[in-house]
Design a protein around this ligand. Structure first.
Ligand code: PMP
Length: 396
């Protein structure tokens, strides 16, 4: 290639030199608590498939049936040829789960955040974003052209200070927060943020990516967990974690959803979700909702087992050297001083058949082992993890 592209080699070299180079890991076999990583059988403590639904036969059958009925692709954008009854069924099921007036599905959670934020605010507006928010929230704010102010992680006082100083200078204001923070596992102060949004005439958008199917009495998410279902919140989430499929959603008032259908460019100008993904997500939500409507079926047991597993791990793993970050979720992070050490620790666990990813800067401010617990982990698998971690930290 001509010299105009040589900077790419230099940039790659710089990434290598900084020890920031990453490459995808090859996992084989059906999604689940046990998989093969580069040919080695491992217990999977790295997945977002919290309820173990991505490999569930009922979702697989739903995806196959939808593919046979509709074909593999939805063939166009939702406003042209890509809209099926299946999409609407999924949107109504999400609204039912979330107890909102309506919902809209995007092709991914990332696109839901980009398109929604950029539709809600623009140059004359202010966005407040938690410093640890997911990249899709930050990039949505940047795309919108609004003034972006990061606030200290979960720090309600800092939000108040920024609002006091800056709210009046802007037309609209949008506060953005993850509900469960993806790289820390802690939970946002949702009721306090809602109070501030109300006091300062602002909108609040909460990203329920890691909370959907996990938190709340019926698995609806953090809004249900905090008893805030009736309050004005824009809820965003993904179909790709506990729901075991692919896609994103926004749930909220009917006018909000109608507005997004007309203004969210990452929804309008992209192909509708594939029939297989739509049907799998719908099957997952039906399993979760079924439980609320007829308590003997559904996923209460799976969600209960997930939380039993999480609590068992937290009670049984305690190592003063591990600097465990506060966690209110199946995401549990153990801080490790140096990026190189965390990589070595991840490799040692892998040699013992435990897949626990090492996450380093720049993805996160401090290096850590990030453990995710699933409902389908067996007690012996959790015991093995705890034993290995104790040995690993005591040898540091
Ligand atoms: N928000 C958060 C908090 C996430 O963790 C993720 C996925 N890592 C997303 C949004 C993006 O969702 P998706 O994978 O569906 O694009």
């Amino acid at each position: 290639m001509s010299d105009s592209y040589s900077w790419i080699d230099e940039a790659l070299d710089a990434i290598h030199r900084a020890n920031w180079y990453r490459s995808p890991k090859l996992l084989t076999g059906r999604a689940g608590a046990i998989m093969q990583l580069n040919g080695q059988l491992v217990i999977n403590f790295a997945s977002n498939d919290y309820l173990g639904l991505a490999g569930d036969e009922r979702l697989i059958q739903a995806a196959i049936a939808a593919t046979k009925e509709y074909g593999t692709g939805s063939t166009g954008s939702r406003l042209i040829t890509g809209h099926r009854q299946l999409h609407r069924d999924l949107e109504q099921a999400i609204a039912h789960l979330k107890q909102t007036e309506d919902a809209i599905v995007f092709s991914s959670g990332y696109l839901a955040n980009l398109g929604t934020i950029a539709a809600l605010v623009g140059k004359r507006d202010l966005v407040l974003s938690d410093q640890y928010n997911h990249s899709s929230l930050r990039n949505g704010a940047i795309l919108s052209g609004a003034t972006l102010r990061d606030y200290a992680h979960c720090n309600v006082e800092n939000v108040r200070e920024i609002l006091q100083h800056q709210r009046d200078r802007h037309r609209r204001c949008l506060i953005l927060t993850d509900s469960i923070f993806s790289m820390d596992g802690d939970l946002c102060p949702l009721p306090q943020l809602l109070d501030l949004a109300n006091e300062f005439d602002s909108m609040l958008l909460v990203d329920e990516a890691h909370a959907t199917g996990v938190l709340g009495a019926t698995g609806s998410g953090s809004v249900e967990h905090f008893g805030c279902t009736a309050r004005p919140i824009i809820q965003i989430g993904t179909l790709s974690k506990a729901l075991g499929s692919l896609g994103g959603y926004v749930a909220g008032s009917a006018p909000l959803i109608d507005f997004l259908r007309n203004r969210a460019t990452s929804w309008i100008y992209t192909t509708g979700l594939s029939p297989a993904d739509t049907a799998a997500a719908l099957a997952a939500i039906r399993l979760i909702v079924q439980d609320r409507d007829s308590p003997k079926d559904g996923l209460t047991n799976r969600r209960e087992t997930l939380w039993q597993n999480v609590n068992w791990f937290k009670q049984n793993f305690s190592d003063p050297l591990s600097a465990q970050l506060p966690s209110h979720s199946p995401i549990i992070c153990l801080q490790v001083d140096r990026p190189f050490t965390v990589l070595q620790m991840g490799n040692t666990l892998l040699q013992q058949g435990l897949f626990v990813p090492a996450i380093r800067p720049p993805t996160v401010p401090t290096s850590r082992l990030r453990i995710t617990i699933m409902a389908t982990h067996q007690p012996t698998q959790l015991e093995q993890l705890v034993e290995s971690l104790h040995k690993l930290f005591s040898s540091q």
